[in-house]
Design a protein around this ligand. Structure first.
Ligand SMILES: *[C@@H]1O[C@H](CO)[C@@H](O)[C@H](O)[C@H]1NC(C)=O
Ligand SMILES: *[C@@H]1O[C@H](CO)[C@@H](O)[C@H](O)[C@H]1NC(C)=O
Length: 699
């Protein structure tokens, strides 16, 4: 063995430096190098170089399997030289066949230079060398720390790999992006679960130095975070004259809109209610001192809303001991009350406890309901019996205007404002009553015995059903039988040819006993005229006039009743005839301006019939017969009768204090002549017809 290593070889350096170039050849993991012509002897004056390389992260190990180079001192003449990065790793000559000659390159490159001088030995001609090289993995982890202060290759744990290495970190640390150094993992970050656990890094071990860890607890709005530190709490505090101070180490608790608090010392803060849904914790240590650390559990509570007030006359449900975020309350009013908000009524009310701890709507009020103004009663009125402002449970009573109207059914009905805001009677019916006209009951009574001679002026309000008609200027009578109906004789509404007159030719006046007063007012508007269809020759001498507007009755204007079913027409019973017609004054027939009346009895039908037959003999033009639709009134001695001007007026009988219309003044022979009677339409025969006409002409 004869080889020496030198750090430099001057002549070689020039040679090597000039030829050293990065090789772009594909890296191989192993290979062979042999001197030229091997195993034949090499030629003199040779100079040959091999640049070997293997992949990055490997070293090259070169092993000479056969060495046969002319020996010389320090291999001065013929030699194979191994160079790495301008450093000669070895220089070989002589003979060696053991494979023990090895060179390890510090890097992944190696250069071999073979050279021979110009002399050829005579005895033995050397054949050169044969070498094998292979890539050897570098254990980077075992390499000494670089001297340039950049720190170890891996700051914590180094793993050698084939051709390279990787770094990793102790538990609790994270590898930095440089893939070499480790950063304390403080477990910081955002905690958004409704409960959780946090502790200082490495807890219960001492906290590392020089760290700033941030923990953010941020749960959804509507929840508040409560921190619960365990007893085992220690953060270095420094005693300053003002007391212990969190000067170098601290845990800072930051709650939005509040001054941050720094915690340190050896006493656990225990339970901290933050009343916030976000809390930030900043744990800070510097490069000195000692903190044992801390640990906490946190949990959350729903935000609470204030306990709702009570609502007068209403109820807040549900009743809970406390109200939290997302709880609903409802308000219902007691019966008879309504929900009101901002002056308007609402159908229902509910309010939710919001995440900000406030109710989303203010509570409503319960106000008494009211039924509104009660419906007015035509021809009547109402009085409040109790309560006011039409409010719930107010009681009203309807009444009809006396004496002209009566309540249908007769008794006053009271109505109560019910919870459905309707006025309801004692039977829960919400329909208001009706006022019906009182018939046949004048307020002024004609009293005293009356001479049945001539006529008497009727006292005011004693015959309020009396109507004065003018038909084409001529005067006739009529009878009020309903608020839209006037009854008269058919012949009043027909002309001399027996035809119905135009309704414009008819004027209706009523409500006063004085013609001059009557004529001061506009006549009532007529809707239609209805003459009995079988009217002929005074038979069926009945007609109805329908008015356009209903009459309002009062003391001076009131209807007379219609005959009851089966009403009796008893001979000699005295009835009352009235009218604005002719009257006999001092044996002269005068037209009267004052309402007159006379009381005369009903005459026996046979007697009257005979009288008519007699009269027909005297008056050839008289063609009428007395029919069953007629009856007669009068006295044999003459002087009192109804005369022509009265046609259409009533012959009234009184039964049980009520006047009813028994007859309509129809015809007669002469006026006040002895043995002659007035003939009247027998209204009792026409009640059905009257009702039918009314029925058929309701609107
Ligand atoms: C705080 O934690 C301790 C121990 O873990 C527990 O006993 C206590 O009930 C907690 N306090 C609150 C208010 O959560
Ligand atoms: C009906 O009501 C009127 C007016 O309120 C009253 O004058 C009358 O006495 C009442 N009649 C009855 C029977 O209650």
């Amino acid at each position: 063995m004869a080889w020496t290593a030198r750090t430099t070889l001057c002549f070689l350096c020039v040679l090597v430096c000039g030829s050293w170039r990065p090789t772009h050849t594909k890296h191989v993991m192993y290979g062979e190098v042999q001197s030229p012509q091997y195993p034949m002897p090499y030629a003199p004056n040779l100079e040959k170089q091999w640049d070997l390389s293997v992949p990055e992260g490997y070293q090259i190990q070169l092993t000479f399997t056969h060495l046969d180079i002319e020996p010389s001192d320090s291999c001065y003449y013929d030699a194979v030289t191994v160079v790495y990065d301008q450093n000669v790793l070895g220089r070989f000559c002589g003979q060696e066949n053991s494979g023990n000659q090895r060179v390890l390159s510090p890097g992944n490159r190696l250069t071999l230079i073979f050279q021979s001088d110009d002399s050829n030995p005579e005895v033995h001609q050397p054949v050169g060398f044969s070498a094998h090289y292979q890539a050897i993995d570098i254990d980077e982890c075992a390499m000494p720390e670089p001297k340039d202060d950049s720190g170890p290759l891996c700051s914590q744990i180094c793993h050698n790999t084939l051709g390279s290495y990787i770094c990793s970190c102790y538990h609790g640390y994270d590898l930095r992006p440089d893939q070499r150094t480790c950063l304390l993992s403080c477990g910081g970050g955002i905690f958004d679960e409704l409960e959780g656990h946090l502790s200082s890094p490495g807890y219960p071990e001492h906290s590392p130095h020089g760290m700033s860890c941030q923990y953010t607890i941020s749960v959804e709005a509507g929840f508040t975070v409560t921190l619960n530190f365990t007893d085992d709490f220690h953060i270095e505090s420094i005693d300053v004259p003002q007391g212990p101070d969190c000067l170098h180490h601290w845990l800072m608790v930051t709650i939005p809109d509040r001054k941050p608090v720094k915690l340190c010392g050896g006493t656990s803060p225990g339970v901290m209610a933050t009343n916030s849904n976000t809390v930030q914790l900043d744990y800070h240590t510097d490069w000195a001192g000692l903190s044992h650390g801390w640990s906490l559990d946190y949990n959350t509570h729903r935000v609470k809303c204030p306990f709702p007030n009570t609502v007068a006359n209403g109820r807040v449900t549900p009743v809970l001991t406390e109200y939290s975020y997302r709880d609903y309350i409802h308000v219902r009013c007691n019966q008879g009350y309504k929900l009101m908000t901002d002056g308007s009524e609402i159908q229902s009310f509910s309010s939710m406890c919001q995440s900000n701890g406030r109710w989303h709507l203010p509570l409503p009020e319960c106000q008494l309901i009211d039924c509104g103004q009660p419906e007015p009663l035509l021809n009547g009125g109402l009085t409040f019996i109790s309560g006011s402002k039409n409010q719930y449970r107010s009681v009203i009573q309807y009444h009809c205007n006396k004496p002209s109207y009566d309540l249908l059914g007769g008794v006053n009905v009271s109505y109560t404002c019910a919870s459905d805001r309707k006025w309801r009677d004692n039977n829960n019916v919400p329909v208001i009553p009706t006022c019906i006209p009182v018939c046949g009951e004048p307020t002024a009574q004609i009293t005293g015995i009356q001479r049945i001679l001539g006529g008497e002026t009727a006292p005011a309000n004693s015959i309020p059903w009396q109507v004065m008609l003018t038909v084409n200027g001529g005067r006739g009578g009529g009878i009020v039988i309903g608020d839209r109906w006037i009854m008269t004789a058919a012949h009043v509404l027909t002309n001399s040819e027996g035809n119905l007159v135009e309704k414009g030719a008819v004027k209706v006046y009523m409500g006063n006993n004085n013609v001059n007063e009557l004529l001061k007012h506009e006549p009532a508007n007529i809707a239609s005229l209805h003459v009995h269809p079988k009217y002929s020759n005074y038979d069926n001498d009945i007609a109805l006039i329908k008015l356009q507007q209903p009459l309002t009755f009062h003391e001076a204007l009131m209807p007379i009743c219609l005959p009851a079913e089966g009403a009796e027409y008893t001979t000699n019973i005295v009835g009352m005839v009235s009218g604005f017609g002719m009257t006999l004054v001092k044996n002269q027939m005068l037209i009267t301006n004052k309402l007159k009346y006379v009381r005369i009895p009903i005459v026996d039908q046979g007697t009257c019939s005979d009288s008519v037959i007699e009269a027909k003999k005297a008056y050839r033009e008289l063609r009428s017969d007395l029919t069953a639709n007629m009856f007669c009134v009068g006295v044999p001695e003459a002087g009192t009768d109804s005369c022509q001007g009265d046609s259409g007026s009533a012959f009234a009988l009184s039964t049980d204090g009520k006047f009813w219309v028994a007859g309509i003044v129809s015809w007669g022979v002469g006026c006040g002549v002895s043995g002659r009677y007035g003939v009247y339409t027998k209204v009792g025969n026409y009640v059905e017809w009257i009702n039918k006409i009314k029925q058929d002409n309701q609107n």
